[in-house]
Design a protein around this ligand. Structure first.
Ligand code: FES
Ligand code: FES
Length: 170
């Protein structure tokens, strides 16, 4: 094995510190799937088009197939596995379930992580803004209307949760 092609990285993944030596050509999507066995993140096109591989790196949605694992050294990564708390689904996951916002589910992790970033920065989006935010995630099953309904309702659920957390803190 050529040592020059390997680098040590340290990342925080879903709250856990991880140190690994990785091939410098390994994408972060392959790193989290094959080295950390977090297989909720999917790969579709593998060249930045479909959005299935979307994860958060330092709270921003990125395409895991376009970023190298070595580029995430020192960063905080969140994958879809971070959303549910034990048996309690994340409000966005509940909304997608209730609105049938998925069929095969292949695209869903990427859509959810895209929305986590988008709604954190724009919790009360216009419909056009929400559609635009979803436009980089391709789905071959649902026809998009249910995804949009789920995203809209999920945004509302997140706002309600945020307000109830504020009430508890008061
Ligand atoms: S697999 Fe990364 S954008 Fe399609
Ligand atoms: S639910 Fe099958 S690709 Fe989106």
């Amino acid at each position: 094995m050529d040592k020059r092609r390997r680098r040590q990285i340290q990342v925080t993944v879903n709250g856990q510190s991880v140190r690994r030596e990785v091939d410098v050509r390994l994408t972060v999507a392959d790193f989290i799937r094959h080295e950390l066995f977090l297989t909720g993140t999917h790969l579709g096109c593998e060249h930045g088009v479909c959005g299935a591989c979307t994860i958060l790196v330092d709270d921003r949605a990125v395409r895991g197939c376009l970023m190298l694992a070595v580029q995430t050294d020192g960063a905080e990564i969140r994958t879809v596995e971070s959303l549910a708390q034990g048996d309690t689904a994340h409000p966005l996951q509940e909304a997608f379930q209730d609105h049938h916002g998925l069929q095969c589910g292949y695209c869903t992790a990427g859509i959810l992580m895209t929305l986590v970033d988008f709604l954190a920065n724009n919790p009360t989006p216009e419909e056009s803004e929400l559609k635009n935010a979803l436009s980089g995630n391709l789905c071959r099953c649902t026809g998009y209307q249910n995804i949009f309904s789920a995203a809209k309702d999920g945004a509302e659920r997140l706002r309600i949760e945020e307000h109830s957390d504020d009430d508890i803190r008061r």
